[in-house]
Design a protein around this ligand. Sequence first.
Ligand SMILES: Cc1cc2nc3c(=O)[nH]c(=O)nc-3n(C[C@H](O)[C@H](O)[C@H](O)COP(=O)(O)OP(=O)(O)OC[C@H]3O[C@@H](n4cnc5c(N)ncnc54)[C@H](O)[C@@H]3O)c2cc1C
Length: 463
Amino acid sequence: MSDTFDVIVIGSGPAGYVCAIRAAQLGLKVGCVEKWATLGGTCLNIGCIPSKALLQSSEEFEKTKHALADHGVVVDGVKLDLARMQARKGEVVNANTKGVEFLFRKNKVTWLKGAGRIVAAGTVGVGGTAYATKNIIIASGSESVPLSGVTVDEKQIVTSTGALELEKVPGHLVVIGGGVIGLELASVWRRLGAEVTVIEFLDRIVPGMDTEVATAFQRVLKKQGIKFRLGMKVTGATTADTGVTVSVEPVKGGAVETIAADVVLLSIGRRPYTEGLGLEDVGVALDDHKRVKVDSHYATNIPGIYAIGDVIAGPMLAHKGEDEGVAVAEILAGQVGHVNYNVIPNVVYTWPEVASVGRSEEELKAEGVAYTVGKFPFTANGRARAMGDTDGFVKILADKATDRVLGAHILGPDAGTLIAELVTAMEFGASAEDVARTCHAHPTLSEAVKEAALAVEGRALHI
Ligand SMILES: Cc1cc2nc3c(=O)[nH]c(=O)nc-3n(C[C@H](O)[C@H](O)[C@H](O)COP(=O)(O)OP(=O)(O)OC[C@H]3O[C@@H](n4cnc5c(N)ncnc54)[C@H](O)[C@@H]3O)c2cc1C
C-alpha cells in the first residue's frame, strides 16, 4: 500500500476535477486518477472548450466575410488559415488543461497518473500501485454512441473528436444526428465553407427542447444553409478514397437512398463510460442504461463508493457534473451538498444561440400544469437591431395561478448568457412579475428577457 487518502476521484473531467478541488478546500486529502496525458476530461480536451474555440473562430471568419460589409466595414481578400485556427484551438485547450494542473497544485490534490481500477471499497489500483482511501468517487464520464454499419476511423467517418481535428474543410459534411453536438459542429464547418446535411431519425431536431423554439431554430439554421433530412435513418456508410457513401431510408419505410459525403460525423449521443473500472468485480450496480446507480447523495450500492457526472443519470453537461462534484465533496465533509435539477441550463452554442431552463410547454402540458406564456422577439429589441442580430425570441412560461417562472427558452444572440438571469430567478422561486419589475440596463439584450416577463401578463411595452 502507498499513500492513504480521504478521497480518490477517478476521472479528471469537470465532475471529477471540481470535486477534487472542493474536497481539498474542505480539508480532505485528495487524489485524482487520470489516464489521459492532460487533465480536464472530455470537456476541456475534446468537448466544450475546443468546440467553443472553433465556434468562435468560425464565427469571426463568417462575420468578416459576410456581415461586416453591412456595418460599413469593407474587408477584401478574407482568407481561411485553417492550420492557424486549429493551432489556436490547441492553445486554448492547453491553457485550460494546464489551468487545472495549477489548481491541483494550489489545492494540494495529488494527480495519480494512469488508469484507475477499483480493487475493493477502500482501495484503488493505479499502474501497479494500490492506494488506500476512505472514499472513492467514480467520475469516468462518457463516450460517443456507436452506430451499426458506420465504422468510425476518425478521418472520413468521425465522432466529435475527429470533427474537431479536420485539417481540410470537407466539400460535403454529412452529420448523423440533429442534437446539440452535431449542430454545433455542423455550424463550424458550414461557416468555413462546407456543404452540410444533417440526417435525423426523429421528425425534429434537438429532441427534448421546447418544440416552438426547436422549430424556429431549425428555420434559422436552414436559412444559414444547413440542409435537413428529418425522419430518416442511416443504415450504413462505406468509405473509399473518393469519399463516403451513406445509405439512408425513411423511418416510416420507403426507398433506400445514398448520399455522397467527404466526411461523415456520427453524433447520435453519448453513453456512460465505465470500462476497466472493475465495477463488476466490486459489485457496483448499474441501471438499465448502464449508468452507475446512485441515491440522492451520489452513493452507489457499495458503501464508500460514489459516482457523479456523465456516468450517472441526468443531462450530460459539464456544469451538471461540476455541481454534483461540489455536492458530493460537501456531503463527504459532513455538510449538506445539494443540486437543484429543476434549474440546470442547457445551451446550444450556434449563432444565434439557444438556451433553456426548466420546463418546456410540452412538459407542462403532459404534467397537466396550467401556465401562461410571455414572448418577446429580438426584432423589437434596440440592442439586437444595433448588433444586426434580430433572429429569435425570449419565451417565459409561468404558473397560471402563482406566476412562478417554470421554464424559460431563448433563441437569440448570446442566449447562453441571457438565460443565467432566469436560472437565478427560478432558483429563488421568482415570479414573472419579479423579473418584469427588475430594472434592466438599456440598451441591452437582457431587456428582451424583461419584456418577455412583462408579456406573461400581456403588458410588454415595446411591441
Ligand atoms: C464535442 C462536445 C462538446 C460539448 N460541449 C459542451 C458544452 O458546451 N457544455 C456542456 O455543458 N457540456 C458539453 N459537452 C459535454 C461535456 O463535455 C460532458 O458533460 C462533461 O465532460 C462530463 O464530465 P465528466 O467529468 O462526467 O466526464 P468526462 O469529462 O468525460 O471526463 C472523464 C475523465 O475520466 C477519465 N477516466 C475514465 N476512466 C478512467 C479510469 N479508469 N482511470 C483514469 N481515468 C479515467 C477519462 O480519461 C476522462 O478524462 C460536450 C461534449 C462534447 C463531446
